[in-house]
Design a protein around this ligand. Structure first.
Ligand SMILES: [Zn+2]
Length: 211
């Protein structure tokens, strides 16, 4: 799950510095929205947009309430299994919020997440795979993406779905760029991870000409 790259411009973020920037820019949001112990809010130093690993507040609250209810009723009725289930649910929720969330785009002042632009959806076929492909990751089409101005080069891709058996990868360009279409027309494109490794070679075409 992506917790290293800005979900807007795809550049590497400095989480601590970005969190400080968020706290400064959105003072009121920070004061009025407490209970964000496991959320990380940041403002990207490269493009100035806000992001967070926030998840649906309703889901989060229901999980917490359910575990508290289970634990308390377990104690009052003396049923240990209820306490055990409550604790397990609580620990599961904590781990989920810590590890299974990823950076998403948010409106800076209210923290609501912004979904991907449907027009930027892409479907890719995996030709060769060298490292593990993971849902939620942001992969680059240029190894030196970070050395350039935000939005100045072909857009990175955020992976939304993975079908390893069929060798199909689905995702979204992070932004519109005139070079996206050029890369989409190629027979073979490298996808790079944060360390500059080629994770996989893919094509956006359903079939490659001449085999
Ligand atoms: Zn950014």
């Amino acid at each position: 799950m992506n917790k290293t790259r800005c979900p807007w411009c795809g550049k590497l973020v400095d989480k601590q510095a970005d969190a400080r920037r968020y706290a400064k820019e959105y003072v009121l949001t920070v004061i009025f929205r407490r209970g964000r112990i496991f959320n990380h809010h940041g403002v990207c130093a490269h493009c100035g947009n806000a992001y967070s690993n926030t998840i649906n507040t309703a889901i989060k609250l229901s999980l917490y309430i359910a575990s508290v209810v289970l634990i308390f009723s377990g104690f009052s009725l003396g049923i240990w299994i209820l306490i055990a289930i409550g604790l397990a649910l609580f620990i599961f929720s904590l781990l989920y919020f810590l590890f299974a969330t990823r950076f998403r785009r948010i409106y800076g002042d209210n923290g609501f997440t912004i979904e991907n632009d449907k027009n930027l959806f892409v479907r890719m076929r995996v030709i060769d795979q060298y490292y593990e492909l993971r849902r939620g990751e942001i992969l680059l089409l240029f190894k030196d993406h970070d050395a350039h101005e935000p939005f100045s080069r072909v857009s990175p891709i955020s992976v939304s779905k993975l079908d390893e058996k069929a060798g199909i990868l689905e995702g979204y360009w992070l932004y519109h760029h005139c070079d996206n279409a050029y890369f989409a027309s190629l027979d073979r494109v490298h996808l790079y991870d944060d360390e500059g490794n080629v994770v996989a070679d893919i094509t956006f075409k359903e079939k490659i000409q001449n085999g």
